[in-house]
Design a protein around this ligand. Structure first.
Ligand SMILES: CC(=O)N[C@H]1[C@@H](OP(=O)(O)OP(=O)(O)OC[C@H]2O[C@@H](n3ccc(=O)[nH]c3=O)[C@H](O)[C@@H]2O)O[C@H](CO)[C@@H](O)[C@@H]1O[C@H](C)C(=O)N[C@@H](C)C(=O)N[C@H](CCC(=O)O)C(=O)O
Ligand SMILES: Nc1ncnc2c1ncn2[C@@H]1O[C@H](COP(=O)(O)OP(=O)(O)OP(=O)(O)O)[C@@H](O)[C@H]1O
Ligand SMILES: N[C@H](CCC[C@H](N)C(=O)O)C(=O)O
Ligand SMILES: [Mg+2]
Length: 511
C-alpha cells in the first residue's frame, strides 16, 4: 500500500509542523511512514504509537533493523526509541497528530482529490459503493476506501479495517494521485475518528447515515459513540455535512454540527432539504422520486433490495450533488450499481426459495433486514445468525431478540468467536430470544457449527421461503480462538444448496 515513488523529504519540515525547534532535522530525510514495524521499508519514519496492547516503541529495534530513517513517538516511547540510535522526534499525543505527519510525508495528496466520507452505524459500505458508481457515471476516475475492499482507479487492494490507519490512508491517497484519481469515497468508522485515522484529510462532503447500538466494547456509552461520529461534522474534517433527518441521532447531529449541513429524508419529511417521495419498494430494488431544494425533481431508482437502501441511495445522490456531480449523472450512476458484495447477496442454485447472504451483525441491521424481507416473503422467513466474540456483548441479546421476534425460524450459530467461548456467546443470544413471548417467538434452533447451521436451514427451507444468512457477508474467514479458517457464507450456502437441489436435504435426510 505505497505510491511507486515519493520524494525524500528532509524532516526539518515535519519538525516545523510540530513546532519543534531543535536543529539537525534537515540532515534526516524520509520517503514514507508507517505505524507498523512489520511494514517498515528503508527510508521510512516509524511511528511508535501507544496502543491498547503494547506501545509501538517495543518494536522500535525491529523497525530500525528494517531500515527506518527516524522514529516519531511520544514521551512514553522515547527511551526505547532512542536506544536504537535512530533520530527520535517526540510529539505529545502522537496518535492524534499522525495524520498530519503522514499527509506531510506524502506531499498532502488529499488536496488533489475530492473526498467524500460516510459515517453511521449501518449503510457506510453500501453508500460508498453507490457514491463510487455516481462518480464514475460523471466520468471521474475514482478511489474507494472501505471494509470490503479498497480500490485505486480500478485496482483492488485488500482491506483490513473499515478505515485504514492514517499512515496507510495518506499512502493510498498518494497512490490515487499517481493514477489521476479525481474523487474518492470512503467509510469513516467511529474508531477511526477517535484514533485520528482520518487526520490530515478534509472531506468535501461528510455523510451521516444513522446510529444504533454497536461497538459499546470500545465506546463507553451510546452518547460517546455518537460524539465520535459527530467529530466528522466539524471544519477540522469536513466542509459540508449531509445528514439523515429520519434518524433521531441525525436530528441531534444537526444541532451540534459546526459545518453547513444539507438534510435528507427517505420517508418524505417535508422539513428535509432533499426527500424521497412515491417510494415503491420491490423485491430487488426500489423506485422513487427525488424532491430537492429550489423545485428540483427527478425520478430515481436503486437496484438494491430493502427500503433502507432508498435512504442509502438518497444519501449518495445528495452527497454527489454537494460534491459537484450533476444530478442526472448521480441518479444514473446510483441506479446502475448491481449489488454490494455480501449485502443481501443472492445465492442461487436453482432452489425454490430465496437465499441471501447479508452483513447484518448488529441489532439495528438485523431488524432492518428482517423488516425489509418480510413483505417480500411468500412463505416463511428464516435467519442464520451469530454474534462476534471480543466485541460489544450488549448487542448479543438484542440481536437474539430481534431475530426471534421478526423471523419464523432462527438458527443461532457462531460468527467469529475470536477468543471467546462460542457457547457463552450463544447463551446470550438465546437469553434475548427467550424474551419474545410465545406464540410470536420464532422456532429457535441452536447449532454452534456455522456450516452445519447453514446446512440445516437450507435443508428445512420450503418453496417460497426466504432464508437470510446474516453477519459475515463478504468475509472470507472465520476467526476461532484467534485462528482464521477459510469460510465464506456464500460458498457454504452454495454447497448446501447444491446438495439439496441434487436431492439430499442439507440435514442429511431425503428431500
Ligand atoms: C481497538 C482498535 O481499534 N485497535 C486498533 C489500534 O490498535 P492499538 O492502538 O490497540 O495497537 P496495539 O495492538 O496495542 O499496538 C500498538 C502499536 O504497535 C504497533 N505494532 C504492533 C505489533 C508489532 O509487531 N509491530 C508494531 O509496530 C501497532 O501497529 C500499533 O501502532 O490501532 C491498530 C493500528 O492502526 C489497529 O490495527 C487496531 O485495530 C484492530 C486490529 C481492530 O480490530 N480494530 C477494529 C475494532 C476496528 O478498528 N474497527 C473499526 C470499525 C468497524 C466498523 O464498524 O465498520 C474499523 O475502522 O475497522
Ligand atoms: N441504511 C441502513 N439502515 C439500516 N440497516 C442497513 C442500512 N444499510 C444497510 N443496512 C444493513 O446493514 C448491513 C451492513 O450494511 P453496510 O455494510 O452498508 O454498513 P456498514 O455501515 O458499512 O457496516 P460495517 O460497520 O459493518 O462496515 C447490511 O447488510 C444491511 O443488513
Ligand atoms: N467491523 C466490524 C465487523 C464485525 C463483523 C462480524 N462478522 C463480527 O465478527 O462481529 C467489527 O469489527 O466489529
Ligand atoms: Mg462497512
Amino acid at each position: 500500500m505505497r505510491p511507486t515513488t515519493n520524494p525524500s523529504r528532509p524532516l526539518n519540515g515535519l519538525a516545523a509542523l510540530f513546532g519543534i525547534e531543535q536543529t539537525g532535522w534537515e540532515a534526516v530525510s524520509a520517503t514514507g511512514i508507517t505505524h507498523d514495524s512489520r511494514a517498515v521499508r528503508r527510508g521510512d519514519i516509524y511511528a511508535a504509537l501507544p496502543g491498547t496492547r503494547a506501545h509501538g516503541a517495543r518494536f522500535a529495534a525491529q523497525a530500525a533493523d528494517a531500515g527506518a530513517a527516524a522514529i516519531l513517538t511520544d514521551h512514553g516511547g522515547y527511551d526505547r526509541a532512542a536506544a536504537t540510535g535512530l533520530p527520535v522526534m517526540v510529539v505529545p499525543d502522537v496518535r492524534a497528530r499522525l495524520g498530519e505527519a503522514a499527509s506531510w510525508v506524502y506531499g498532502e495528496p488529499g488536496r488533489d482529490i475530492t473526498l467524500i466520507g460516510v459515517t453511521g452505524t449501518s449503510g457506510k459500505t453500501t453508500t460508498v459503493f453507490l457514491l463510487d458508481a455516481g462518480l464514475r457515471a460523471a466520468g471521474i476516475e475514482t478511489g474507494l476506501v472501505g471494509g470490503v475492499e479498497i480500490r485505486v482507479a480500478g485496482r483492488r487492494v485488500p482491506s483490513a479495517l473499515t478505515t485504514p490507519e492514517s499512515t496507510d490512508l495518506h499512502a493510498l491517497l498518494a497512490m490515487m494521485r499517481e493514477r489521476d484519481v479525481g474523487a474518492a469515497s470512503m467509510e469513516v468508522s467511529s474508531h477511526a475518528l477517535v484514533q485520528g485515522r482520518v487526520g490530515g484529510a478534509v472531506f468535501e462532503v461528510a455523510v451521516f447515515t444513522n446510529l444504533s447500538q454497536d461497538h459499546l466494547d470500545y465506546h463507553p456509552t451510546m452518547h460517546d459513540y455518537f460524539l465520535a461520529k459527530a467529530r466528522l461534522f466539524t471544519p477540522e474534517y469536513s466542509r459540508v455535512g449531509v445528514i439523515n433527518l429520519d434518524d433521531h441521532h441525525g436530528r441531534e447531529l444537526l444541532e451540534i454540527a459546526t459545518v453547513p449541513v444539507t438534510t435528507f429524508s427517505a420517508s418524505g419529511d417535508p422539513a428535509a432539504d432533499w426527500r424521497a417521495e412515491d417510494v415503491r419498494v420491490g423485491a430487488d430494488g426500489s423506485v422513487f422520486r427525488i424532491v430537492g431544494p429550489g423545485g428540483i425533481e427527478a425520478d430515481a431508482e436503486v437496484g438494491l433490495a430493502g427500503p433502507f437502501n432508498v435512504a442509502n441511495a438518497l444519501a449518495a445522490i445528495v452527497a454527489l450533488v454537494e460534491a459537484g456531480v450533476p444530478l442526472q449523472a448521480a441518479v444514473h450512476g446510483v441506479a446502475s450499481l448491481p449489488g454490494v458484495p455480501g449485502r443481501l447477496e443472492r445465492v442461487d442454485e436453482g432452489q425454490d426459495f430465496v437465499t441471501l447472504v447479508d452483513y447484518s451483525h448488529k441489532p439495528g441491521a438485523v431488524e432492518a433486514v428482517l423488516n425489509a424481507l418480510r413483505p417480500v416473503t411468500e412463505g416463511e422467513l428464516a435467519i442464520v445468525l451469530g454474534c462476534g466474540g471480543d466485541r460489544d456483548r450488549g448487542k448479543r441479546p438484542l440481536m437474539g431478540e430481534a431475530a426471534a421476534r421478526l423471523a419464523d425460524s432462527a438458527y443461532f450459530t457462531s460468527d467469529n468467536p475470536r477468543s471467546e467461548d462460542p457457547l457463552a456467546i450463544l447463551a446470550a443470544m438465546v437469553e434475548g430470544g427467550l424474551k419474545v413471548p410465545q406464540p410470536e417467538r420464532a422456532r429457535v434452533v441452536v447449532e454452534p457449527d456455522r456450516a452445519a447451521a447453514i446446512a440445516l436451514a437450507v435443508g428445512r427451507a420450503r418453496r417460497g421461503d426466504v432464508l437470510v444468512i446474516a453477519g459475515k457477508g463478504h468475509e472470507q474467514g472465520q476467526n476461532v480462538a484467534g485462528e482464521v479458517h477459510p469460510f465464506d457464507d456464500r460458498e457454504v450456502a452454495r454447497e448446501a444448496l447444491r446438495r439439496r437441489v441434487k436431492g439430499t436435504r442439507g440435514d442429511g435426510a431425503q428431500a
